[in-house]
Design a protein around this ligand. Structure first.
Ligand code: FAD
Length: 539
């Protein structure tokens, strides 16, 4: 058994922020299932929203976030994040993140504008903000003697009091598979932080990296945490459509800087869907593209920025320019073929303003969490900000609390399992799940489609759980088990919402109800959950 003060699961921005704020005073172990660099955070292009400019205001950023959230944001969480935005960005600047400069700006940095923001407030490092941030922080993580980094370790399940024969609603650590040795290891910690990111891989088309399989949401649920707002999956409107491009996103900033959406004949169509045209929020743009593609039987639509000077395009979008050029598309001269794809999981493990969950000693930070910031729809570039603000909040709460890892935890019991006989079960079920989630639980939903998905999930669940009981765990099995559970939580939440709101659109309930609440699912109904935030819930 390995013992540590704080165990952090993940290596995206949420994990690194939490770790670096803790490491001066605590021993931290950081587990991540691939390499340190594998995360959605590395892929973030657009930037980080924060009130930095003289002509911007806290109230304006709060207002924009609440409008996007369509009545379901927790206003306390929104204010908390927005008010801490400037300090969060300042911390990154001090860490040495090379944000794009602008001598003419009062901040010294270039600020861009994205859909749903009433002004320019996105600080960025060209069009590869996540890469610049993660590169800077990863160096600090590797250099820090108080941080033990374990790559290629995938967390399987949280260890709760039940495992120790105690009814204490406490998290004591985690079982994790070392993907190199094939051994399951036991980690005991006084505090455990889920920073495992989102669940885009539940869907066939996604902008997310392969690691985004909803592990933290599923682990939290199995351990007894409430999970909220899982029906609100954000579909990014513009993912590059090309047979050789896997999950390559074309940032919202292309539309922010004048990019136009067009049909194959060159006609614009967004103005017919929303008066804000290309600058309408993501969900409206994604639904408009979905509508045009289905109506006209198109494989994709086009995003055109070629009317801007080539130097401007190269300066602002060097990564997109290079990636498209490698595939034979010159974006300074021709439009980019794009389709919508699953992008962001607004829901997750319910937390309070200190990132505490329903279990003592367990925190959830970043995309895995439902803090109340996003409500029914995330405002662009608020998610990296959420990682920074809640990462720090979790660290401060942990530093203020005492606790020691338990002396004894039973080791993982593999005595009753054997080697898997047919791996094909995993790959088949993996493909089937992602396909029917795309077809039935995608951008536009209906009661019938959700019911179809639910009955298939029941079958998959039985099959996967049987497989899990009988065979040795593998990376693929752990991820598939989590994906199926996450899909189940999405479908159950979508079935409970009998209206269309934010990112959830149902053809059977196209209108928004005058009064509603958050979809909070409780794995232990009847048990009162201490601590975590009081999201107004759906009856
Ligand atoms: C293409 C793209 C562009 C984006 N652009 C922006 C943007 O411009 N601005 C913005 O604000 N947001 C953006 N987002 C969203 C933002 O990047 C994410 O919400 C944010 O990075 C999530 O950070 P995180 O630390 O919570 O999770 P991640 O960065 O996804 O990290 C999760 C980590 O957990 C690890 N992990 C998962 N499960 C396990 C397990 N079982 N055991 C061990 N490790 C595990 C993963 O390997 C990974 O290291 C973008 C997202 C994508 C996909």
């Amino acid at each position: 058994m390995e013992r540590t003060d704080v165990l952090i699961i993940g290596s995206g921005l949420a994990a690194l922020t939490t770790a670096l704020h803790l490491a001066q005073q605590r021993r931290v172990t950081l587990l991540t299932k691939k390499t340190l660099q594998d995360s959605a955070s590395v892929w973030a292009q657009g930037g980080i929203a924060a009130v930095l400019a003289d002509n911007d205001s806290i109230e304006a950023h709060i207002r924009d976030t609440l409008v996007a959230g369509a009545g379901l944001c927790n206003e306390r969480a929104v204010r908390f994040v927005v008010e801490n935005g400037q300090a969060a960005v300042q911390w990154l600047v001090e860490m040495g993140v090379p944000f794009t400069a602008d001598a003419a700006s009062s901040t010294g940095f270039h600020l861009t504008r994205e859909g749903g923001h009433s002004t320019r407030r996105i600080i960025h490092a060209a069009d590869a903000t996540g890469r610049a941030v993660q590169k800077t922080l990863c160096t600090q993580i590797r250099d820090n003697p108080n941080i033990t980094l374990l790559e290629h370790h995938i967390a399987i399940d949280l260890i709760t009091g039940d495992k120790l024969g105690r009814d204490d609603r406490t998290c004591h650590g985690v079982y994790a598979l070392d993907n190199v040795s094939g051994q399951v290891k036991t980690f005991a910690a006084s505090h455990t932080v889920l920073a495992t990111g989102g669940a885009g891989k539940v869907y066939l088309y996604t902008t997310n990296p392969d690691v985004a399989t909803g592990d933290g949401i599923a682990m939290g649920w199995r351990a007894g945490c409430r999970v909220a707002n899982m029906e609100f999956i954000q579909f990014h409107p513009t993912c590059l459509y090309h047979p050789h491009a896997k999950s390559f996103l074309i940032t919202e900033a292309v539309r922010g800087e004048g990019g136009l959406l067009k049909l194959p004949d060159g006609a614009r169509f967004m103005a017919a869907h929303d008066p804000r045209a290309e600058l309408a929020p993501r969900d409206i743009v994604a639904r408009a593209i979905d509508f045009e593609m289905k109506k006209r039987g198109l494989d994709s639509v086009y995003l055109d920025i070629s009317h801007k000077p080539a130097e401007f395009i190269l300066e602002h979008f060097p990564t997109i320019y290079e990636r498209c050029r490698a595939l034979g598309i010159d974006i300074t001269r021709e439009p980019i073929p794009v389709v919508p794809a699953a992008h962001y999981t607004c829901g997750g493990v319910v937390t309070d303003l200190a990132a505490r969950t329903d279990l003592t000693g367990l925190y959830a930070v970043g995309e895995v969490a439902c803090t109340g910031l996003h409500g029914a729809n995330r405002l662009a570039s608020n998610s990296l900000l959420e990682c920074l603000v809640f990462g720090r909040a979790a660290a401060e709460d942990i530093l203020a609390s005492a606790g020691a890892p338990p002396a004894n935890i039973p080791e993982w019991d593999a005595s009753r399992v054997t080697d898997a006989d047919e791996e094909i079960v995993l790959s088949h079920n993996w493909d089937e799940l992602r396909r029917f989630m795309w077809d039935y639980v995608g951008i536009v939903r209906t009661n019938k489609r959700l019911a179809r998905a639910a009955s298939r999930i029941r079958l998959l669940n039985e099959e996967i759980n049987e497989y899990y009981r009988n065979f040795r765990v593998s990376n693929d099995l752990i991820e598939l088990r989590n994906l199926v559970l996450t899909a189940d939580l999405i479908v159950r939440s979508a079935q409970l919402r009998r209206e269309s709101r934010g990112l959830h659109f149902s053809r059977d309930y196209p209108d928004m109800l005058p009064v509603t609440g958050n979809t909070v699912l409780n794995p232990r109904p009847g048990r009162v959950c201490p601590g975590a935030c009081d999201l107004p819930t759906l009856d």
